[in-house]
Write a new protein. Structure first.
Length: 319
């Protein structure tokens, strides 16, 4: 998911002016270094001819499904983009969760006006649970999902979607990772909150940074990654959040971790990185459009999506 994103126009020490974007960053805005470098391009571009922004993605390995900020959903299969009609009144869709493929395919898309849409195998069934804007959704199965947004976390763990409370101040959350036992949600002003299934409660974490966090992903409760503005990358290894220097002040919008101690991060101006422990490798995308979400099936099948129908696939080779 991918997450709500705030476009921040700021210098190294100056105060920032924030623009709320489920509508995403303006495509000509420069927030740091770009993804097009002199190094070999290692992503294949499967651009869709649309002016809308792809905000989230799910892939089963051979097919990729995406949500967009104009309220549409698409899938790319057999080298063709196909529209999956969804009744959203063009409300923004900000994230997607998926599991399985073929007849076992399950998907949930979330967006503005409390949209929670479930794929039934043939069409999207849309419900609006509140006036909240949902930014992301994650979980291990269709009946164990957590969605987050400006109104905090919601879940369907009891069978129906309902709002949950986090101790202390109300948090504006941008992304969530949930494995069925532990959940971590991140958001504005460095917000981090943990959910524990045993206690069935959310607890805020001490903020290692006040910078906005836009993406989170993990493998277990001791291996979690978070990314945010000004190139911020955090890695939780069981006791503390460690800051990983990736050598850029570019906003990082999305992160995905396919295995322990490994993460892919994407962001403004086509920036993409592979991070293994403390080793950082920039992955030249060959583009300068913003990338908002990243997902995959393993470290040699990674998809990143973003501005103007951008969809990139990384297979671990520059051949």
């Amino acid at each position: 998911m991918n997450a709500t994103r705030l476009v921040l126009m700021c210098s190294f020490l100056a105060a920032c002016e924030a623009t709320d974007v489920s509508t995403k960053a303006p495509d000509d805005e420069d927030t740091g270094g770009g993804g097009a470098t002199s190094a070999p391009v290692v992503w294949e571009n499967f651009h869709h001819e649309t002016s809308s922004t792809f905000s989230g993605a799910y892939t089963d390995g051979s097919t990729v499904w995406v949500t967009s900020t104009d309220g549409t959903t698409w899938m790319r299969q057999d080298e063709t983009w196909l529209n999956l009609p969804i009744e959203t009144d063009e409300e923004e869709l900000n994230g997607i969760w998926g599991s399985g493929s073929g007849n076992s395919l399950k998907m949930v898309a979330v967006g503005a006006d409390g949209i929670l849409a479930e794929w039934n195998g043939e069409t999207w069934e849309v419900q609006s649970s509140s006036t909240a804007i949902f930014h992301a959704v994650d979980g291990p199965s269709i009946n164990e999902l957590i969605a987050v947004g400006g109104g905090g976390p919601w879940d369907n763990l009891s069978g129906d979607w309902s709002a949950r409370q986090i101790e202390g101040d109300r948090l504006s959350l941008n992304d969530v990772w949930f494995d069925g036992t532990t959940a971590v949600a991140v958001g504005d002003d460095g917000a981090i909150a943990w959910y524990d299934s045993e206690s069935d409660a959310w607890t805020p974490d001490e903020h290692p940074s006040k910078l906005n966090l836009y993406g989170v992903s993990g493998n277990n409760g001791s291996d979690i990654w978070a990314v945010g503005e000004q190139g911020l990358v955090l890695h939780y290894t069981g006791s503390d959040w460690e800051t990983i220097d990736i050598g850029t002040r570019t906003n990082m919008w999305g992160v995905w971790s396919p295995s322990v101690n490994l993460a892919f991060a994407v962001g403004a101006n086509g920036a993409a990185y592979k991070i293994q422990g403390s080793i950082v490798e920039q992955l030249n995308t060959g583009v300068n459009e913003h990338l908002y979400a990243v997902t995959g099936t393993n470290e040699v099948n990674v998809w990143a999506v973003g501005s103007k129908g951008l969809a990139l696939n990384y297979t671990g080779s520059d051949d």
